[in-house]
Design a protein. Structure first.
Length: 385
């Protein structure tokens, strides 16, 4: 559906690291397929920050480059850019994007419709970051209550969290994350199994994740230790990198699992890695609406997931996955043992997961819903002004 007036929306980012927010921004720019809305992005960042440059290059994006995080020259530049572009609305993301626009708006007399996406709370991986996270999380809630006009949350779990902290439920809507429809490249998966020296009669389970404490991978290692003697043909693949890579490797060594575990590092070919796995495990201690889980569903994987956040909005226990409590190595080991002993169950869960993804979690479905939400927000704002 196209509309007569084209609305302009500016999407604001502070940094552009790998992860769900970057993928969200990439999909957001496609809303013009369904509504007459043009989205362009602006990103404030330093020269040597860890950025998702591949995604940035695919966007209609301007950069404001700063010397350090204490360099406040971006405030004047962002204000000037907004005055020049005259967007009909601003949309902010992440943990810093909301604060960035708020600071810039303090120096402007013109009020612009302020929309925000909410992907969940910030979880720091160090003492300093955890303290900073509490500040960011409290400020985000305050801004959503007092300044932001409408919020789109990626999971019902996240909306419930905002409401519990005092955000008006009438200003929060839920549109689940979506990812592009793709087939399963079995040949690429087979090639990776050969690269990893996996024999035809061996079964591999794995994680595709940032290696961070909140991902709960240490519980999965403990679970594997419990079942490994009973299933000598099973191997464990860890795909990803992060702050706890070395400690996880040390844990694997201490538990005598080095010969049956591989850390393959960060991979850009995630879809091929998933095709190589027999079982995908998401042992997270906290999630909101996991992209990794959607990718596993799309790849028709047998899934074990923890019962945290919005995970059960994607997969249901006994239907598309086995769902277990978080931080519970015993429950993980029992789920693994059950699946390893029952190939028919693995096949049924995998097919169900793919079917549910196709019906509910494709990017086309998400983009259309988001386009309608943005258009409704803009039209309502015009009618009330």
């Amino acid at each position: 559906m196209k509309d007569n007036k084209q609305y302009k929306i500016l999407s604001i980012h502070w940094g552009f690291s790998l992860g769900g927010v970057a993928k969200y921004a990439e999909l957001l720019e496609q809303v013009g397929q369904y509504r007459n809305i043009k989205i362009n992005s602006i990103c404030i960042h330093g020269e040597n920050w860890g950025l998702d440059t591949k995604t940035m290059s695919s966007l209609d994006l301007e950069s404001i480059i700063i010397n350090s995080r204490l360099d406040l020259s971006w405030i004047k530049k962002l204000k000037a850019y907004i005055e020049q572009e005259k967007p009909d609305a601003i949309i902010t993301h992440g943990f810093n994007g909301h604060l960035v626009y708020w600071w810039a708006s303090l120096f402007s007399t013109k009020k612009i419709l302020w929309l925000a996406s909410y992907h969940g709370e910030y979880h720091g991986n160090s003492a300093i970051r955890r303290v900073a996270g509490k500040i960011f999380n409290h400020l985000t809630i305050w801004l959503f209550k007092k300044r932001v006009n409408r919020v789109v949350s990626v999971a019902s779990y996240s909306k419930k969290h905002l409401i519990q902290h005092g955000v008006n439920p009438n200003k929060v809507d839920v549109i689940h994350n979506g990812i592009p429809m793709m087939g399963v490249n079995h040949q690429a998966g087979k090639a990776l199994r050969e690269e990893w020296n996996i024999k035809d009669d061996e079964i591999i389970f794995g994680v595709v994740s940032r290696l961070d404490p909140v991902k709960g991978i240490e519980y999965l290692i403990e679970a594997f230790e419990k079942i490994s003697p009973k299933f000598p043909n099973v191997k464990f693949i860890v795909i990803g990198s992060g702050s706890i890579t070395d400690s996880l490797k040390s844990m694997v060594e201490r538990k005598g699992l080095t010969d049956v575990t591989q850390f393959v590092g960060y991979r850009s070919d995630v879809i091929n890695c998933l095709a190589a796995l027999d079982i995908f495990v998401l042992p997270s201690l906290a999630e909101y609406h996991s992209i990794a889980l959607l990718e596993a569903m799309r790849s028709e994987k047998t899934i074990i997931s923890t019962d945290v956040g919005g995970n059960t909005e994607s997969v249901r226990d006994g239907e598309e996955a086995i769902v277990v409590p978080s931080a519970d190595a015993t429950a993980l080991s029992e789920a693994l043992a059950r699946l390893l002993a029952d190939p028919a169950l693995r096949d049924t869960l995998a097919k169900n997961a793919r079917r549910r993804f196709v019906n509910e979690f494709t990017s086309d479905f998400m983009i259309k819903q988001t386009a309608n939400w943005l258009f409704e927000s803009l039209e309502n704002n015009k009618a009330s002004s």
